[in-house]
Design a protein around this ligand. Structure first.
Ligand code: SF4
Length: 347
């Protein structure tokens, strides 16, 4: 038998079943997962308490996946952007963002993206395929390897955002297995409170999973009206604002958590005082905060980012109305940290 099964593709319950099928008790699955997600083992040979017989079974049937790091770019602000190569030579991006009181990793869920937002370099490059669970979870594992952070003291990844390349709700099955696996073990686990899933608003999927959706929800909103949103995010034609915001209200009721609305500030498109007032009206009744994002320009883009002055004015209007609004400092501008840029640059 060849070792062709990626063990990272399974969540705990699935692995327990697989082990059960070959006569192994439940605690063996727990031990193996602990080695993988708590200790960072990349080889079954290093699992010193599971016995030679099990090591042989694992080696004959399974492998522990890591992508290849093709390139890293480090910003002066500490942000590190990774270009990772997968087994079929496709590449994806992962970004490590260190801050004063937390360290976030931004992971990708697809190779490319089919949503086609007009301001996004990934959308511009089109969609190739979904990532499988091992390709999603291994982005976190390989960054931990790179940062040499596999000890209790050095557990330096505190937050995860699924906000890289791709639309996670178009690949929810695999994304959810990966996120579940990141909560395995005690020392390295990242709780659901610190995991954020960002979506462009795939209403039917969100409605279906919303009851059990324990993560923080971020919505790429970027516009205060259907007219503007459909222009810059064609997905809005399928799932217009009214449907999306009604689903957000349900999330609010079920989970009692704030929703983050991401709002990219585009000059003359969505950044005037009138737009701010429209946004306040639109978000009325939703427990939320708004992240205003400065646009990172990329080769081939058709937009200009708003001036800092305009962003600050917009922010003030929202805050004055009672909607908490912050300006997200663009991290890693010097290394082309906007989604999809490193991949394009590498092509
Ligand atoms: S912004 Fe997100 S959803 Fe839109 S095209 Fe880019 S990756 Fe896809």
């Amino acid at each position: 038998m060849s070792n062709n099964i990626g063990i990272l593709n399974y969540n705990k319950n699935q692995l327990i079943k697989l082990f059960n099928n070959i006569g192994l008790p439940k605690f063996r699955a727990t031990q193996v997962l602990d080695w993988i997600y708590n200790i960072g083992c990349k080889s079954f040979h290093d699992m010193t308490n599971i016995g030679k017989e099990l090591i042989d079974i694992l080696n004959n049937n399974y492998y522990i996946y890591r992508p290849t790091i093709v390139k890293t770019d480090k910003s002066i602000d500490g942000t590190i952007k990774f270009l990772l190569q997968l087994k079929d030579n496709n590449t994806i991006e992962t970004v490590f963002i260190p801050e004063t009181n937390r360290n976030t990793i931004c992971i990708s869920s697809q190779v490319g993206c089919a949503v086609g937002c007009k301001f996004c370099n990934t959308g511009y490059n089109g969609f190739k395929r979904n990532l499988n669970a091992e390709e999603i979870v291994s982005q976190v594992l390989i960054v931990k390897d790179y940062l040499n952070s596999w000890t209790i003291q050095k557990n330096i990844i505190t937050n995860i955002v699924v906000m890289g390349m791709g639309e996670p709700l178009f690949n929810w099955n695999n994304v959810s297995i990966a996120l579940e696996n990141l909560q395995i073990g005690n020392t390295q686990k990242i709780s659901t409170k610190h995991i954020t899933v960002s979506t462009s608003g795939i209403v039917p999927v969100l409605s279906k999973i919303i009851n059990n959706f324990d993560y923080n929800l971020a919505i790429s909103l970027h516009a205060p009206t259907n007219e503007i949103r459909s222009c810059i995010m064609p997905i809005n034609n399928l799932y217009p604002l009214n449907d999306l915001l009604n689903t957000c209200k349900i999330y609010n009721k079920l989970h009692n958590k704030l929703i983050t609305f991401e709002y990219l500030m585009l000059d003359e498109i969505n950044d005037s005082e009138r737009h701010a007032k429209q946004l306040i009206k639109l978000l009325h009744g939703i427990k939320c905060k708004v992240n205003l994002i400065k646009f990172n320009s990329w080769e081939g883009d058709i937009y200009t980012g708003s001036s800092m002055n305009k962003i600050e004015q917009f922010c003030k209007i929202l805050n004055k109305s009672g909607i908490t609004s912050t300006i997200r400092c663009s991290k890693g501008q010097d290394i082309m940290a906007a989604c999809g840029q490193l991949q394009s640059q590498n092509k």
